[in-house]
Design a protein around this ligand. Structure first.
Ligand code: IMP
Ligand code: MG
Length: 190
């Protein structure tokens, strides 16, 4: 592991290394550039806060090979507690501009139940985007329970709560460059 941060001591095991993440992002960007060869520009919509690291790295990877990219940010909150989500979504920060006629790619950190995403896709379609696809860095097994089409997926991971690379536990661990599982002792500290 290349990194040496305060958080390393709280991690039980690493799920995806920094190198694996960066290699996968280059691969996803290459695939998307090929699929969007007919498109003159792409609008990336990042769902804050979890997808911020992925948005930053993925947009730069696209920028090296693809058409011009524009960045939009949304913040939503699913009314849920602790480590699960409910599917009832509230917009905390909306899009800054009209997306009608635009080719939108939603940049997501992780698809867990898929409830947040299925709501978001309905919302973006209702704003008349020309196309809406999803790129998610991570996906958990439960995702198959909700019929949501995620065209681009980085890694399928086990059904464990993970942190790092944007993902938090109680707003901590987002700055980690890799993805890992916390030690049980971390939860016991509460
Ligand atoms: P979903 O609606 O169940 O798909 O969950 C969506 C959101 O829950 C994700 O975008 C994350 O922000 C958060 N989430 C889901 N699983 C995890 C996890 O393992 N660690 C941290 N956050 C998670
Ligand atoms: Mg998220």
């Amino acid at each position: 592991m290349a990194s040496q941060g305060w958080y390393d001591a709280d991690i039980d095991h690493v799920i995806i290394t920094e190198e694996q993440i960066q290699a996968k992002i280059a691969e996803l960007a290459k695939q998307i550039v090929a699929d969007y060869a007919h498109v003159d520009r792409i609008l990336l919509v990042c769902v804050l806060k979890g997808a911020l690291m992925f948005m930053a790295d993925f947009s730069r990877a696209l920028g090296q090979q693809g058409p011009p990219v524009e960045l939009e940010f949304m913040a939503v909150s699913s009314y849920g507690q602790g480590t699960s989500s409910s599917g009832v979504v509230r917009i905390l920060k909306d899009l800054d501009r009209d997306i009608a006629g635009r080719h939108v790619i939603v940049v997501e950190d992780i698809i867990d139940s898929g409830l947040t995403l299925s709501w978001l896709l309905r919302y973006l379609h209702s704003r008349n985007a020309a196309s809406v696809e999803v790129v998610a860095l991570l996906r958990k097994p439960d995702a198959i329970k909700v019929p949501v089409t995620v065209r681009y997926v980085g890694f399928d991971i086990p059904n464990e709560f993970v942190v790092g690379y944007g993902l938090d536990y109680a707003e901590h661990y987002r700055e980690m460059p890799y993805v890992g599982v916390l030690k049980a002792a971390v939860y016991a500290r509460e």
